[in-house]
Design a protein around this ligand. Structure first.
Ligand code: F6R
Length: 614
């Protein structure tokens, strides 16, 4: 949600800022803006509704000079997307410009207080309240900017990552974070600021992840000082980030989503590297081994997550219960955090998050930690907030996911959950060697099988054309395939805007079957497993109501393939690994239907990649 970029150094700031905004556009894209201080100490702010490309058009013929600047791409929280509400926001005197990601919860009270002092607001944002508050504190107490920011932030309730520059001080950017991510990049005579490392990595691999309530002062492109709200100095912890720039480009694909779907065989390979041995006979997740006492002692696992990561959690529940014989509860992080859950120090809480920044998941982690639970993170973005808040964890190592609809992160999460369940089951002695070897061996062959599935892309693109008429879709699955049905439906609705619901197949007759008619496409995951015959009956019930069945079956299927309208044939694997195979055609189906409908696949309306507000 909202992307922040900042630059101070000897180079022209604007090109670096705009390139950075494009890298962060997945975080929000309803408006964009930039603030620059030129050589004559003019503070120029340009902002406009729409994507970063519209900002580029907007600044043609404008003065975009300056070696210091901040820039923002917005996902609206307070106030509609329009140029007035776009960031940066000026203070009243127009000597300060500020950008913000997060929500100032007490903005209404602060605004009233400022209005009573005569302050006038041009936008309906909480951000403008913050910049006015900083200016008010600065002027009335005759303070420098850093002190004014520190005092203002002490009055603020909510989440923020901010960057602020001052017209008369072109030598510094002040930035701060609380519950919203912010990274400082340290280059050679230049300093960068961004919501994540992606805009920074082409200039430097040295970064500092700010912690909550830390303020960074970036001076002259050379000096980084980090202090807290009470001005105690903090030694910055400089980390090295490794990111391949190619991962941030489309690399010949028409969309990031398609690229990321196709990357999955390599991603799963990378995810297993050093964890599953090359022979495919052993798996060891170091975080489980290193904390085996607490993991073995656990009476219960609770998995907290949102969206696609929550679907992965549902698969994780089945894997862990099956192999480790430990009860597992799966919770929406947003519900868990507010319902006074019963948690204690015999619980292990697993937090799953691609971005590692989801506000609700982070809050669920903090809550569980405060009640004594041991916290295990399964995240993708290295150095993000959730991995830093957990006791231990395993990265999924699938590389940056840029398309807003999650694809490779889901299969990476399921892969890590499989390795976690196997490692723990082996430690507990709840899996016999034969079953263990079978699952590890099959897991090792998943990347090759995924490659086979990807060969179906053209066929799925073709069949997608048939379904652009649909206003509704139903997705059905049972057992391990039920979360896959949920995930298939989520993918379709978020990028094609077709209403889609996933159900456990047997639930159809308890209500949803009333929706089925000749117009209704029903995607059924019907691979050959223990529930095959049951799913067959469910398909017959749908056919009896003239529903259009798109069946996801295994190659060589001779029964369901005869009664379904369309079949997508996949290589077989064992039941518990089926989601790693069956999810892929559903991702492709959603993608191609959205493309046929002319939708903006990588940046669907109203969505943002990293949900840093609750
Ligand atoms: C769907 C999607 C979202 C995310 C959800 C959680 O394609 O991307 O549903 O899965 O917002 O995000 P993370 O995993 O970053 O916590």
């Amino acid at each position: 949600m909202c992307g922040i970029v900042g630059y101070i150094g000897s180079k022209p700031a604007y090109p670096i800022l705009v390139k950075g905004l494009k890298r962060l556009e997945y975080r929000g894209y309803d408006s964009a803006g930039v603030a620059l201080i030129d050589d004559n100490q003019q503070l120029n702010v340009y902002k406009t509704k729409g994507k970063v490309s519209e900002l580029e058009n907007f600044v043609i013929q404008k003065n975009i000079s300056g070696n210091i600047g901040i820039a923002h791409t917005r996902w609206a929280t307070h106030g509609e997307p329009c140029s007035e509400n776009a960031h940066p926001h000026f203070s009243s005197s127009e000597s300060l410009a500020l950008i913000h990601n997060g929500i100032i919860e007490n903005y209404a009270v602060l605004k009233e207080k400022l209005q009573a002092k005569g302050y006038v607001f041009k936008s309906s944002t909480d951000t403008e309240v913050l910049v006015q508050l900083i200016e008010y504190i600065k002027i009335t107490n005759n303070l420098d900017l850093l002190t004014a920011v520190q005092l203002a932030l002490q009055e603020v309730i909510g989440a923020y990552a901010i960057a602020v520059i001052e017209k008369n001080h072109p030598e510094q950017i002040i930035a701060a974070r609380k519950s919203s991510p912010l990274v400082v990049g340290i280059g050679d005579g230049e300093l960068f600021l961004a919501s994540d490392a992606t805009p920074i990595v082409e200039y430097t691999d040295k970064v500092v992840y700010l912690n909550d309530e830390e303020i960074a002062v970036l001076s002259n492109g050379t000096e980084l000082k980090v202090v807290n709200l009470h001005n105690a100095e903090i030694t910055p912890d400089v980390k090295t980030v490794v990111m391949n720039l190619g991962q941030l480009e489309k690399g010949g694909y028409s969309h990031f989503m398609l690229k990321e779907i196709f990357e999955q065989p390599d991603c799963i390979h990378d995810c297993m590297r050093g964890r599953v041995n090359v022979e495919g006979t052993n798996v060891a997740l170091s975080a489980v081994i290193d904390h085996k006492e607490v993991m073995l002692r656990a009476k219960r696992f609770i998995i907290v997550a949102c969206g696609t990561s929550w679907h992965a959690a549902l698969i994780g529940k089945q894997l862990i219960e099956n192999f480790c014989r430990i009860p597992v509860e799966v919770e929406y992080a947003s519900e868990f955090r507010y319902r006074n859950p019963v948690i204690n120090n015999e619980d292990v809480v697993i937090a799953i998050s691609q971005s590692g920044e989801t506000a609700d998941t982070l809050a669920a982690v903090e809550l569980a930690k405060s009640k004594g639970a041991f916290i295990y993170g399964i995240c993708n973005a290295i150095g993000s907030s959730i991995p830093r808040a957990t006791n231990t964890g395993s990265y999924i190592h699938v590389g940056p996911e840029i398309g807003v609809a999650s694809t490779k992160a889901f299969t990476g999460q399921v892969t890590v959950l499989t390795m976690l369940a196997l490692t723990l089951a082996k430690e507990k002695g709840t899996i016999n060697q034969e079953d263990f070897l079978e699952v590890v061996g099959e897991l090792n062959s998943i990347p090759e099988k995924m490659k086979e599935v990807l060969l179906l892309n053209d066929k799925i693109a073709e069949l997608s054309k048939i379904f652009t008429y649909a206003h509704n879709f139903i997705y059905l699955g049972r057992g391990y395939s039920y979360p896959v049905a949920l995930e298939g439906a989520l993918k379709l609705k978020e990028i094609s805007y077709i209403h889609a619901e996933g159900y456990p197949a047997a639930e159809m007759k308890h209500g949803p079957i009333a929706l089925v008619d000749a117009e209704m496409p029903v995607v059924v995951i019907a691979t050959h497993n223990a529930l095959y015959e049951k799913v067959l009956s469910n398909i017959q019930e749908i056919k009896a109501r003239k529903g259009k069945v798109i069946a996801v079956v295994n190659k060589g299927d001779t029964i369901i393939s005869k009664i379904a309208d369309i079949c997508i044939e996949l290589p077989s694997t064992i039941e518990c690994l089926d989601p790693l195979i069956t999810t892929v055609p559903l991702q492709m189906l959603a993608y191609h239907i959205a493309v046929c409908k002319g939708m903006d696949v990588d940046q669907p309306r109203n969505l943002a990649k990293s949900v840093t507000v609750e």
